[in-house]
Design a protein around this ligand. Structure first.
Ligand code: CMC
Length: 391
C-alpha cells in the first residue's frame, strides 16, 4: 500500500534519532553534545568542537593532538586537482567549484568509499578534514589569480586556513589574532544544526553507502541555495542594494511584507527558531567587536541594525516570529575580514564540515536503512499509448 498523507518540506517529520545537536526553537537553545553554543563559542576552539561533534566527547590534550597530527598528514591534495580547478572560468561560483572538487577527491582516494569499520571511517574523516581547507583556500586563490600552495603546518587548523587563503599578498591577515579568533568563533557557530537541508542531504546520500566525499559534495550543493547557507551572500547583496538605493530601509520592509513581491528579508526567519537564533546574538556582538578592533567602519552595519530594529517592532515579523538568523550578521564580519562576498557560503561549508561528518558517521554506525520517502501519486490514470502521428 502507498501513503495517503504527505508533509511538504518535512516540517513535522523526524528522519532519525540523533545524539549530536539539541535545538529548542521556541526557547532559542542550541547545544552540541549537551554543551551550550554560548559556552563553546567562548571557551573552545574549532578543532575541539569538531572532535566533540564527531566523536561525542571533548578531547583530552593527547586525543586532540593525535587528531590534528592525523589531519595534517592528510592536508595535501593530488596535483591533478589543480588541473580540474584550472578548467573552471574565474567567474565560476566558488560553491560549485568546491562541490566539484570535493566530489573529485573520491577519484584520487578510492579507499575512502567502502567504510567497513570505525577505523576506515576515521581514515576517511581525517582525510577530508585535512584536504577540505586546501580546496577552500585554492578556490579563493584561483579566483584571484594567485599561486596555489599549502600553508604552514606549525600553525593551528584555523590559523592555517587563513594562511592558505591570504598569504601573499595579504600576509598581515594571517597573523592577526583578531581575525583568527573571529573566524574560529564563526566556524564553531556554523558547525552543526541537526537535520537541516544540507545535513539531511548528506545523511540521505550516505545512506545509499555512497562515499563520504560524494555525500559531502551533495551537502555543499544543498547549502549553496539562498534559502539555506547561500543566505549569507544574499544578505550582503541585499544590504549593498539598499545602500545603493539611498539606504531607505522602510521601502524594503514594505517589499518584504508584500505577498506579490518575491523579495524576502534575507537573514530573517527560520524553520525551527521561533525566537532569537542564539547564533545570531553571538555573531551580532562579534560583528561589533571585530569591526571595532580592525578599525573598519562599514555603513552596511548601520543599515543591518536599522533593518533589524524595524523588523523586531513590526507586527508582520512579530506575528510570524521572524527573527534574525545566523546569516544576518556573519557576512558583515567576513567582509571586514577581507573575504569576497561569493566566498561567504564557502566559509559556512568549512564550518559545517564537522557537523556533516558527525551526522554521516552516526548514520552509518546506527546502520540506518537507505533513505527513501514515499509519495502520493496525483498524475494520470492508465491511458493507451498514442502514436506520434496522432498527438
Ligand atoms: N521575509 C519576509 N517574510 C518571510 C521571511 C522573510 N525572510 N521568512 C518567512 N517569511 C514569511 C513567509 O512569507 C510566511 O508568511 P505567510 O504565513 O503569510 O505565508 C511565513 O513567514 C512563514 O514562512 P515560511 O516560508 O513558510 O517558513 P519556512 O520554514 O518554510 O522557511 C526560511 C524558513 C528560512 C526558508 C524563510 O524564513 C526564509 O526564506 N528566510 C530568508 C532566507 C534566509 O535567511 N535563510 C537562512 C536560514 S538560517 C541558516 C541556514 O539555513 O543557512
Amino acid at each position: 500500500g502507498g501513503v495517503t498523507t504527505i508533509d511538504p518540506g518535512y516540517k513535522n517529520t523526524g528522519s532519525c534519532e540523533s545524539a549530536i545537536t539539541f535545538l529548542n526553537g521556541e526557547k532559542g537553545i542550541l547545544r552540541y553534545r549537551g554543551y551550550s553554543i554560548e559556552e563553546l563559542a567562548e571557551k573552545a576552539d574549532f578543532l575541539e568542537v569538531a572532535y566533540l561533534l564527531i566523536f561525542g566527547e571533548l578531547p583530552t590534550r593527547e586525543k586532540l593532538d593525535k587528531f590534528y597530527t592525523d589531519i595534517k598528514k592528510q592536508a595535501v591534495v593530488d596535483e591533478d586537482i589543480k588541473k580540474i580547478l584550472d578548467a573552471f572560468p574565474k567567474t565560476a561560483h566558488p560553491m560549485g567549484v568546491l562541490s566539484s572538487l570535493t566530489s573529485a577527491l573520491t577519484a584520487f582516494n578510492p579507499s575512502s568509499v567502502n567504510v567497513e569499520s570505525e577505523e576506515d571511517m576515521y581514515n576517511a574523516i581525517v582525510k577530508i578534514m585535512g584536504k577540505f581547507p586546501v580546496l577552500v583556500a585554492w578556490t579563493l586563490r584561483k579566483k584571484q589569480g594567485l599561486p596555489l600552495d599549502y600553508g604552514d603546518k606549525s600553525l593551528g587548523y584555523v590559523e592555517n586556513v587563513l594562511k592558505m587563503m591570504f598569504k601573499e599578498p595579504n600576509e598581515e591577515y594571517t597573523q592577526n589574532p583578531i581575525l583568527v579568533n573571529a573566524l574560529d568563533k564563526l566556524l564553531i557557530l556554523h558547525a552543526d544544526h541537526e537535520q537541516n537541508c544540507s545535513t539531511s542531504t548528506v545523511r540521505i546520500v550516505g545512506s545509499s553507502h555512497a562515499g563520504l566525499f560524494a555525500s559531502l559534495s551533495a551537502g555543499i550543493s544543498a547549502l549553496w541555495g539562498p534559502l539555506h547557507g547561500g543566505a549569507n551572500q544574499a544578505v550582503l547583496e541585499m544590504l549593498e542594494g539598499i545602500k545603493a538605493d539611498g539606504g531607505d530601509t522602510k521601502k524594503y520592509m514594505a517589499k518584504a511584507k508584500d505577498k506579490d513581491d518575491p523579495f524576502r528579508l534575507m537573514g530573517f526567519g527560520h524553520r525551527v527558531y521561533k525566537n532569537f537564533d542564539p547564533r545570531a546574538k553571538i555573531i551580532k556582538k562579534s560583528a561589533d567587536d571585530v569591526l571595532d578592533q580592525l578599525g573598519v567602519e562599514d555603513p552596511i552595519l548601520a543599515i543591518a541594525k536599522g533593518l533589524e530594529k524595524e523588523a523586531l517592532e513590526d507586527s508582520y515579523f512579530v506575528d510570524r516570529k521572524l527573527y534574525p538568523n545566523v546569516d544576518f550578521y556573519s557576512g558583515i564580519i567576513y567582509r571586514g575580514m577581507g573575504i569576497p562576498t561569493d566566498m561567504f557560503t564557502v566559509m559556512f561549508a568549512l564550518g559545517r564540515l564537522p557537523g556533516w561528518i558527525a551526522q554521516w558517521r552516526e548514520m552509518r554506525l546506527q546502520k540506518e536503512p537507505i533513505g527513501r520517502p514515499r509519495q502520493v501519486y496525483v498524475g494520470e490514470n492508465h491511458r493507451p499509448f498514442k502514436d506520434i502521428s496522432e498527438r
